[in-house]
Design a protein around this ligand. Sequence first.
Ligand code: TXA
Ligand code: MG
Length: 340
Amino acid sequence: MVLDGHHPDTIARAADALAQGQLIGLPTETVYGLAADADNPNAVAQIFAAKGRPADHPLIVHVADAQGHPQGPSAAMAHYAQAVPVFAQQLIEAFWPGPLTLILPCRPGIAQAATGGQATIGLRCPAHPVAQALLQACLQRQPPIWGLAAPSANKFGRISPTTAAHVASEFGADLLVLDGGACAVGIESTIIDCTRGVPVLLRPGAITRDDIARVCGQRPLSKEELSAHTPRASGTLLAHYAPNAKVRLMGTEQLRSALQLLGREAPALAVYHRSPLTRPGPGIALRAMPHNALAAAQQLFSDLRDLDALGVPLIWVEAPPESADWEGVRDRLERAAAAG
Ligand code: TXA
Ligand code: MG
């Protein structure tokens, strides 16, 4: 059932449900999460079962804001992480609460179900007021719930949800979903691995490489640059974010000439375009991608869902620009295309 997440009664009810080991749908500024008490192995196991997610894909743990301790990690941070490097601390001060996940050394024996038994843990302090209200309410319980393990609230490999209705449609009416409105960022958090001595970009997002470089004085390496064994990362699998339709990424000229070739006998298909186009035939649905990278990220998953809901077998997508601010959107579209 979907309830107004801004209402204090809803927050109390959600905290109770989490304390009882249940799952809830949680709004964040990036995408909606499917959340459970990160220290309750049975509850975390339910996330994997509900999503159909392989058990060796670790989950991000969400923690409350440091409230009055801007210079140091919060109590919740200290519960999960140890040996936080200086550059990670700089990133926390600059970007938390916000759409940035840090992979840090995990305190031994903590949240093993969420980390998949690894020695590292992904931590994120979300900026969404409903997420923060719930995390604070969780911390205040006796015993405290230190953090919430929450992957995106979609079935494994499918499009991530950016509204409460997306979550309800995927998991049914039994799940308590806190409605926090449409997500402002729209694509998942940037992930930086802080366990390699230097920052390593595992997943691009709204916080760009340039933002990271500005704050820690060093440009993050890509996974390719760091060829050492990185843990499996489902948000980083090549084929992911798959609509039912086959997605094809095309350059502007390639798209124009392909549409011209189709002519009026065109089969049903949807086109997600950036440059102005004229519709060649009646079977073709057009949807314009916003021109600004942040606006495009905000709309991306919702637009893909809408286009997919048309039931077309094909979605042609005009490739976004190559610049750094578009890296997150490009990455999601490339992986949606790889899934076909
Ligand atoms: O924006 C987000 O990050 C959203 C919202 C709900 O906060 N969450 C999200 O979670 O995208 P999920 O589970 O869909 O993506 C988690 C990503 C995966 O790629 C996972 O492998 C990586 O984080 N990850 C988590 N813990 C890790 C670890 N210890 N080492 C390496 N990667 C890790
Ligand atoms: Mg996901």
